[in-house]
Write a protein that binds this ligand. Structure first.
Ligand SMILES: NC(=O)c1ccc[n+]([C@@H]2O[C@H](COP(=O)([O-])OP(=O)(O)OC[C@H]3O[C@@H](n4cnc5c(N)ncnc54)[C@H](OP(=O)(O)O)[C@@H]3O)[C@@H](O)[C@H]2O)c1
Length: 179
């Protein structure tokens, strides 16, 4: 079965963005960047919440663009309307459990859960996330959007891999153990 992997950058205090959705303070240079770009080849589908899709506009993306060219994009939103004929984009109007179950049954590469916290929290509550790839940046935001939104679910993690970059960023891979 294909795995759903939440692959995300976080602060040491567990925030993926500031309260206003910006991410200033995450390191934008260093060896972790080419490593991340290389790792995108492991995915052929990406799932994201509406606010994560729209956060791309701050980086030059236009409405209707597919930010990850080699992936099918599933954007979870009841309210988003995009004027696009790009076949790599599908807006999912309902809660995404059925979508994730369906994608996991299909052949293919791993599924990239891009974020944000609200969507990841919902998928965690429903025990849909198989792995967590956490890029911990050496910074505290003090407040902001949490890694798993409002979820307070407790889950044991099995560490699969861990790497420390010269920049101080660590990349750890965990398997989620729901039992
Ligand atoms: N650090 C990183 O690596 C990283 C990665 C990704 C995102 N981010 C940041 O995270 C921020 C966004 O995160 P967020 O938690 O505020 O929002 P989000 O999860 O990206 O999007 C929330 C929206 O998605 C839809 N949605 C999410 N979960 C749903 C569910 N279970 N069922 C139905 N619809 C659902 C809803 O849109 P509707 O109201 O339209 O239905 C909801 O308002 C951005 O600012 C971005 O910069 C950071």
């Amino acid at each position: 079965m294909r795995k759903l992997i939440y692959h995300v950058a976080t602060t040491v205090d567990g925030y993926i963005a500031h309260e206003d959705g910006t991410t200033k303070g995450f390191l934008e240079e260093g060896e972790h960047i080419p490593d991340y770009l290389e790792s995108l080849k492991e995915y052929d589908a990406v799932i994201m919440g509406k606010k994560t899709y729209e956060a791309g506009y701050d980086f030059g993306m236009k409405p209707g663009d597919a930010p990850y060219p080699n992936m099918m994009h599933y954007i979870i939103s009841k309210t988003l309307h995009l004027d696009t004929k790009d076949e790599r984009i599908e807006i999912i109007r309902e809660e995404p459990i059925g979508l994730v179950k369906k994608l996991k049954q299909k052949d293919g590469k791993a599924i990239y859960l891009c974020g944000g916290g609200a969507l990841a929290g919902f998928l965690l509550e429903n025990e849909m996330i198989d792995e967590l790839k956490l890029k911990v940046n050496p910074v505290l935001f003090g407040a902001g959007i949490k890694l798993f939104g409002k979820s307070n679910k407790q889950v044991n993690l099995v560490t699969i891999d861990s790497k420390l970059y010269k920049s101080g960023v660590t990349l750890s891979t965990y398997k989620l153990s729901y039992t």
